[in-house]
Design a protein around this ligand. Structure first.
Ligand code: PLP
Ligand code: ZN
Length: 409
């Protein structure tokens, strides 16, 4: 059974049938999925959700596919970790880590959006999926296409981390490196999408894709005992996830699944690519595109598709935006690893670093319930930390030698 009522333009409100389109042909505003909340309210309660398996499909009425999912069946429902040690370090008594660095199957939150998009692409009858990616989306699209028995074309900037490249090509995808930044890749893919009849998950399938990330927010609320947190810190690339976490809390509030959704939403970016947080700090309504230069490649989007809406959500919720430089990103990765035993990629380092700044600025209070969004896995961006870590001490397997060096370890 379908709980969606087609698509709706976010700007002018014009409605469209559920088709693989993403832009309003009258005002060029982005199209969004329209839900039948009256029906959802009858079907989806806390009890129903809790009776279902621990994956993202426990919220299936709020994910825009019409039939039962056929790929990505085990994605989501990642741990919400009570982070006492990191909290102590930052002066926070109620700190949590939402840990999508262990999301199935490719270790980032992109598995949520891709699961929604690939199921939808199948419903539309496509045999080929594609994407423009900063790395994690590439991994996820390639993996889901393989398991769905579909063909895939993945377009990436030419200079991505080795593990993100290998972690894509291993699935047998057709992988194309573009000379240029992600924004060049994205522009080029719009041209390709106009000519080839493929399901580009973040272009023509974007309205369905984006709503997969709402599950990140639903899970946080459920795992907090059916309550929205006071603060959420979110890494921003195209600025989709940040708007969808907010939407998730608001939907749960509207459906009566949680009481109140008054969370402050905080945007986190790298200083070397911070169009959204720069606009927030300057009090601007919209952002100026930038040329990315940062080690946080997964979130290096200089011209974010939903940047305008991300800025708006932060403003509406009385949140804020901050950014951190490359050294602070590395420090953030290491701080999370050393305090909580969680190895995140550069985007997670950005979030931890930004949280630290927000605490120092007094924007996050010590007893508030605060959630840091950890969206990707550290083993995929080892380049970021390799020069900052000690190599092992190599010795002969002799006790006398070990005793000699042990005191200096
Ligand atoms: C893509 C990505 C993001 C941000 O996603 P948007 O929805 O485009 O803002 C954050 N973290 C990681 C690790 C990502 O790969
Ligand atoms: Zn419109």
């Amino acid at each position: 059974m379908s709980f969606t009522l087609g698509l709706k333009c976010r700007e002018c409100g014009r409605e469209y049938p559920a088709e693989p389109v993403h832009v309003c042909e009258f005002c060029f505003g982005p199209l969004e999925v329209k839900y039948n909340y009256d029906e959802i309210k009858l079907a989806l309660t806390r009890d129903v959700i809790e009776s279902r398996p621990a994956n993202m499909w426990r919220y299936r009425e709020l994910i825009p596919i019409d039939s039962e999912p056929t790929v990505g069946l085990h994605n989501g429902f990642t741990p919400l970790v009570r982070a006492k040690n990191l909290g102590k370090e930052l002066g926070l008594n109620n700190l949590y880590i939402k840990n999508d660095s262990v999301c199935h199957p490719t270790l980032s939150f992109k598995d949520r959006v891709v699961a929604a998009a690939v199921n939808k692409a199948r419903e539309f009858g496509y045999d080929t999926v594609a994407c423009a990616s900063t790395g994690n989306l590439a991994n996820s699209v390639a993996a889901h296409a393989a398991s769905a028995g579909m063909k895939s074309y993945v377009f990436i900037p030419h200079d991505l981390e080795l593990t993100k490249v290998l972690g894509t090509s291993v699935y047998g995808t057709k992988l194309i490196g573009i000379n240029g930044s992600y924004d060049d890749v994205n522009r080029f893919c719009s041209e390709v999408a106009a000519v080839f009849n493929w399901a580009f998950v973040n272009i023509n399938i974007r309205p369905y894709y984006g709503d997969g990330s709402k599950t990140f927010g639903y899970e946080i609320a459920e795992q907090l005992g059916w309550a929205a947190p006071d603060n959420v810190i979110v890494p921003v690339a195209g600025s989709s996830l940040i708007t969808k976490i907010h939407k998730a809390f608001k939907e749960f509030e509207g459906l009566g699944i949680i009481d109140k959704a008054n969370s402050k939403i905080f945007a986190a970016q790298a200083t070397g690519c911070s169009p959204v947080t720069t606009a927030i700090k300057a009090g601007m309504e919209d952002f100026k595109p930038v040329k990315p230069k940062t080690i946080a490649k997964s979130i290096a989007i200089g011209n974010p598709a939903d940047g305008y809406y991300g800025i708006k959500v932060v403003g509406q919720t009385n949140g804020w935006g901050e950014d951190v430089n490359d050294q602070e990103i590395v420090d953030g990765i290491m701080l999370l690893a050393e305090t909580e035993g969680i190895f995140t990629e550069t985007a997670g380092g950005v979030c931890v670093g930004v949280t630290k700044k927000l605490c120092e600025q007094g924007r996050i209070k010590k007893d508030e319930v605060t959630v840091i969004s950890i969206t990707g896995q550290g083993l995929k961006t080892t380049e970021a930390v390799e020069d900052h870590l000690n190599s092992p001490v190599v010795i002969e397997p002799k006790l006398s030698i070990f005793k000699e060096i042990e005191k200096d370890l």
